[in-house]
Design a protein around this ligand. Structure first.
Ligand code: ADE
Length: 225
């Protein structure tokens, strides 16, 4: 998989890809991530990427020309499965979206800034608009990092234990059950007995029940879908 990220702040985005699972995925060539600074696609001496709104109103708007130049250059080199715009008014990121995107070959992620991009960018280029939650960030970069993390860890071979992504919270519209490790007892806090029973069908049943109870208590909305 190849991910091209278009941003005015590449330095804000780089560190998540330089550590841990994402770094290993890149080193193992399971994914490549490329940053494109929008200012490299500007034509004026100030390298402007934004301007005031037509019709008046507070806040600057990202102009279409540098974005067109950058996306068109990338599209001349390969075809893209999705061109995603990170924006608070997009579709809220859910596990299902991450699952779908993990199967794609090439994607572009455009990070918004200021008030956002000229609507014509969205109309002409964007195939998917994603929000990471109902709050406004100062730019799309942190959202793009969240999206990339959620997607990249699902690419086959990225996680050591191939089954572990399948048992994550949300994979069955359920939260994950409680988990425990050594010691068996800590300052009087005990691990549920069933986990030592050696009876794996029984353990599995317990985990399913716990996942259901936790979901019912914390996220009943997931059970309605
Ligand atoms: N840009 C600003 N806020 C955002 C959000 N909540 N999700 C994605 N991109 C954003």
């Amino acid at each position: 998989m190849r991910i091209d990220i278009i941003t005015v702040l590449p330095e804000l985005l780089k560190s998540p890809f330089e550590a841990s699972i994402l770094k290993r995925a890149i080193e193992a060539d399971l994914v490549s991530v490329h940053f494109h600074n929008l200012r490299d696609y500007t034509s004026d001496r100030y390298k402007s990427v934004d301007d005031t709104q037509f019709g008046g109103g507070a806040g600057m708007v990202m102009m279409i020309e540098p974005i067109d130049k950058c996306i068109s250059k990338l599209q001349s080199e390969r075809s893209y499965d999705e061109i995603i715009y990170m924006t608070p008014d997009g579709e809220t990121l859910k596990q299902g979206i991450a699952n779908q995107l993990s199967l794609k070959e090439n994607i572009i992620i455009l990070c918004g800034h200021y008030k956002g991009v000229d609507q014509r960018v969205r109309d002409k280029f964007i195939t998917k608009e994603i929000s990471i939650g109902d709050y406004v960030l100062s730019g799309g970069e942190l959202g793009a990092a969240v999206l990339c993390d959620a997607v990249i860890r699902l690419i086959p071979g990225v996680l050591g234990n191939e089954t572990s992504a399948l048992t994550d919270s949300f994979q069955d519209n359920l939260l994950a059950p409680p988990i425990y490790t050594k010691p068996r007892e800590y300052k009087g806090l005990k691990v549920p007995e069933v986990l030592f029973s050696g009876n794996f069908p029984k353990i599995e049943k317990w985990r399913e029940e716990q996942a259901y109870l936790r979901t019912k208590e914390r996220r009943p909305d997931l059970l309605e879908d």
